[in-house]
Write a protein that binds this ligand. Structure first.
Ligand code: ADP
Length: 160
């Protein structure tokens, strides 16, 4: 039984995140999406909202589970009995930070590997930050977020 733990802020979840979760669902017996509270990043959406949004989008996928967490990632991975940490690589710009993170997590627990997946090219330049920027200026982001997230963004920024 191979279990992947996919941590992130998901503020908000984008089609890039969903694309990665779907790919992982085909590779692993179970995928646990770990939504980090990340208070220091002052997320736009509450932890509960972020968990619910992913939960709703992935509700048909029986091997995907969504949880919130606010402790050290590696401790949460161990608590959940996961075998690997899943992270996404978009452009080369992600590489340095992801490499540091993977090295630190390996230092903290050499038994847990980090696995990287890349999204479909159409989502390769997509980030939650960019989505918020465009949506806050009333730009159309409907191709890049699930409908539930679009509704939530319209609620926050006012629909067009
Ligand atoms: P974090 O604050 O941990 O970086 P994010 O929610 O921004 O949280 O991202 C979580 C993970 O998903 C990271 O590994 C990031 O590289 C990956 N990711 C974010 N956007 C995309 C995307 N468009 N395609 C593939 N992976 C992505």
């Amino acid at each position: 039984m191979a279990i992947a733990f996919y941590p992130g802020t998901f503020d908000p979840p984008t089609m890039g995140h969903i694309d990665l979760i779907r790919r992982a669902g085909k590779l692993f017996d179970e995928v646990i999406v770990g939504v980090a509270e990340n208070r220091e990043k002052s997320p736009l959406f509450s932890l509960q909202e972020r968990v619910l949004m992913i939960d709703e989008v992935m509700k048909e996928s029986e091997n995907v589970r969504v949880i919130g967490f606010n402790n050290l990632l590696i401790d949460c991975v161990r608590e959940q009995g996961a075998d690997t940490i899943l992270r996404g690589l978009r452009a080369v710009s992600d590489f340095e930070y992801e490499f540091q993170l993977a090295a630190m997590n390996r230092h903290l627990d050499p038994g847990i590997e980090t696995t990287f997946l890349t999204p479909s090219e159409k989502y390769a330049f997509l980030s939650s930050t960019l989505i918020k920027e465009v949506a806050s200026l009333a730009g159309d982001v409907s191709d890049f977020v699930p409908p539930q997230v679009l509704t939530a963004l319209n609620r926050v920024y006012g629909s067009k």
